[in-house]
Design a protein. Structure first.
Ligand SMILES: [Cu+2]
Length: 286
């Protein structure tokens, strides 16, 4: 090899080495139990498909990046300054631009068609018979959670409510009805790879089938005000039977609570305490 070729050779070696090291790391990590070092563990049926899209786009852009860096290094070397050499007057090359423009367009259209079919499959038709429906009504800065309770109706006294805590059964289809109470929020569970805006004045939906037990973070992914950064909830994925036990217990608690409330209402024959207005009038009269 010619001595003057060394800088280019070293640049190529460096870029190539970086590329091989990055690929090896990613490949080594991406297949162990659904975990890889830069994503949280896949925890819903949609996660695999979303990650596959992500990795496809990643490898295409990584390949393009490396090709551009190598081409740049080669051009810098090939057209470096030399005594007595004039700069070339070439300004453009239509044929070349049409070719690489065409390649780029083809890749982008193929990616758009591919991701559209994945997205359509995941978010297209809202499930008609979900195993569980949960209402989530975000507001500045918390997640108000509501289960329908024994009567299967939302907004009735037997609703089971919670703040920032959702429990769901693993493997079941869960539909979340999002109803923002003030501004736009976004319901995001990174482990599920799903995110949905909650918009005031309308209902939006989020559905999933969890595949992994445990507690996961619900992050608000839409800047909603000063407390946005602390707007966090926890979604707990339980085994289906544990969920059933938990839910029955909650319904029982609610029933007891309601009976307590009924007992606390004073019987009708009790004389009502004089209101503030009545007291004032009496004071003026006397
Ligand atoms: Cu927010």
């Amino acid at each position: 090899m010619n001595r003057s070729d060394f800088p280019l050779f070293r640049a190529l070696l460096f870029t190539g080495g970086l590329w091989v090291a990055a690929s090896a790391t990613l490949l080594a990590q991406s297949d162990t139990a659904g975990f890889n070092w830069w994503f949280p563990p896949q925890s819903a049926t949609a996660a695999g498909e979303i990650d596959a899209e992500f990795m496809l786009i990643f490898w295409i852009t990584a390949g393009a990046f490396v090709a551009v860096v190598i081409a740049l290094a080669a051009v810098l070397w090939r057209f470096r300054y030399r005594e007595g050499r004039d700069p070339s007057p070439v300004a453009s090359n239509v044929r070349l631009e049409v070719i690489w423009g065409g390649i780029l367009l083809t890749i982008l259209i193929a990616l758009a068609i591919n991701s559209q079919s994945v997205w359509g499959g995941l978010k297209g038709a809202k499930p008609q018979n979900p195993d569980l429906v949960v209402e989530v009504r975000p507001r500045q800065f918390q997640w108000d959670i509501r289960y329908s309770g024994r009567d299967n109706l939302f907004g009735t006294p037997d609703d089971i409510t919670a703040i920032n805590q959702i429990s769901v059964p693993v493997g079941k289809q869960v539909l979340i009805r999002l109803k923002a109470q003030d501004v736009i929020h976004s319901f995001f569970v990174p482990e599920f790879r799903m995110k949905q805006d909650a918009v005031p004045g309308m209902e939006t939906n989020f559905w999933f089938r969890a595949t992994r037990l445990g507690k996961m973070e619900i992050a608000c992914a839409e800047l909603c005000g000063l407390g946005h950064g602390v707007m966090r909830g926890i979604i707990t994925v339980m085994p289906a039977d544990s969920f059933q036990t938990w839910y029955s217990k909650k319904m029982e608690e609610k029933q007891k609570q309601q009976r307590g409330k009924v007992a606390a209402i004073p019987p009708p024959e009790t004389t009502p305490a004089p209101t503030a207005a009545a007291k004032l009038q009496n004071g003026r009269g006397g």
